[in-house]
Ligand binder design. Structure first.
Ligand SMILES: [Zn+2]
Length: 143
């Protein structure tokens, strides 16, 4: 995923996408990733400008496969703090949705603890889990 973000952003523009998978007993498992510019070819304009009407095909795909969007991710030119725009415009405006931010246009691989982890809380704003790092986001392959 980070390699895709790195390639799509070319070190000069933000890139991003949706992490797809399933929620089981309060844990989210990621099985797939789709980049924003695979959904909307015009999404990467320096910042991400996403045509939400293009999501119809994604919803249909998720329904067919029995999957859901478990998180989104995008890169920043600098640090991983949310911008005012990020806070005002969650990609999936549903309580519990997780937004991840990778710094420095994902110029290298980053581990939990080095990226932003923000959980949308509806009208209550966002919870910042970034400092929890690997306690919150575990990277391991499961079969
Ligand atoms: Zn952002």
């Amino acid at each position: 995923m980070l390699q895709t973000l790195r390639e799509r952003g070319q070190g000069r523009r933000e890139s991003g996408g949706f992490l797809l998978g399933r929620s089981v007993e309060g844990r989210r498992y990621v099985t797939d990733f789709i980049a924003y510019d695979d959904i909307d070819p015009n999404a990467l304009q320096g910042i991400i400008v996403f045509d939400a009407s293009k999501l119809d095909a994604l919803w249909a795909h998720l329904e067919r496969e029995g999957l859901e969007v478990v998180a989104d991710v995008h890169t920043h030119p600098g640090g991983y703090r949310q911008s005012g725009t990020d806070q005002a415009h969650p990609m999936i405006p549903r309580r519990g949705h997780l937004a991840m931010i990778v710094p420095n246009f994902a110029d290298r691989d980053y581990r939990p603890g080095e990226i932003g982890l923000y959980e949308y809380q509806g009208r209550d704003g966002w919870r910042d889990h970034s400092a929890l790092g690997p306690t919150f986001l575990r990277l391991e392959w499961i079969s």
